[in-house]
Design a protein around this ligand. Structure first.
Ligand SMILES: [Fe+2]
Length: 230
């Protein structure tokens, strides 16, 4: 059911000009990878990256556009805003936003949190201290997120996120559910859908997880942490 607050927000958007005909361009687009397809070799192979980004992520974008691209109000919101207020959206689009919008948001962050192994950097002083407090240290965190990701039944994600009190949390989610649905801000998501690793690792999810932690972009995660906690 649409809440009064959302009605008001949508009214404000409409008053701002959102009632005009939908733009010819679809509102959501596939972001470019911030590195070459083979940049994460040998840990993540180029063919997996190409199919994962160009096909799977593109499909989430296309399906989200199909679901709400014709709505002049909803299509003015960012995918993160849509997910954060999912319960207030019209029932007819809620599932598509959760699944397709979740897929778009999750993968958009995922690409940025990876980088070539030689360029990953490390957590800064504040983030390292928080990892120490919550998990026992960066190495222990790495072990814990791998274990959490290994334990996801079927398709889903393991997350390092910030809760509303700005504390670090380690979570898992099924399907394409985003931490944004729970009012959290994701910092790092490990994709454990088979499409993320099956070509190279087949059923060996544990081997994929040992590999992907080698190409985590800590400099990016650290900057995001600083932005979200200052
Ligand atoms: Fe994926």
């Amino acid at each position: 059911m649409m809440t009064r607050r959302t009605m008001l927000e949508l009214t404000v958007l409409s008053a701002a000009g959102a009632v005009a005909a939908p733009a010819a361009d679809p509102p959501f687009t596939l972001p470019k990878l911030p590195y070459a397809l083979d940049a994460l070799e040998p840990y993540i192979d180029a063919q997996t990256m190409q199919i994962h980004h160009d096909k799977h992520h593109q499909a989430y974008v296309d399906n989200l556009n199909k679901a709400i691209g014709g709505d002049p109000v909803l299509s003015r919101l960012s995918v993160e805003e849509l997910l954060q207020r999912l319960d207030t959206l019209p029932a007819a689009v809620r599932l598509a936003v959760r699944n397709q919008g979740g897929g778009h948001a999750n993968h958009s962050l995922f690409w940025q949190t990876l980088c070539p192994a030689s360029k990953g950097g490390k957590p800064g002083v504040r983030l390292a201290a928080a990892l120490e407090r919550v998990f026992g240290g960066p190495n222990q965190f790495e072990e814990k997120i791998q274990a959490a990701a290994l334990g996801v039944f079927g398709s889903g994600w393991a997350w390092l996120a910030l809760d509303q009190a700005k504390n670090l949390t380690l979570d898992t989610s099924p399907n394409q559910d985003s931490p944004l649905l729970a009012g959290k801000q994701p910092l790092l998501g490990i994709d454990v859908w088979e499409h993320a690793y099956y070509l190279k690792y087949q059923n060996r999810r544990a081997d994929y997880l040992k590999a992907i932690v080698k190409v985590v972009n800590w400099d990016f995660i650290n900057a995001r942490y600083e932005d979200l906690t200052r």
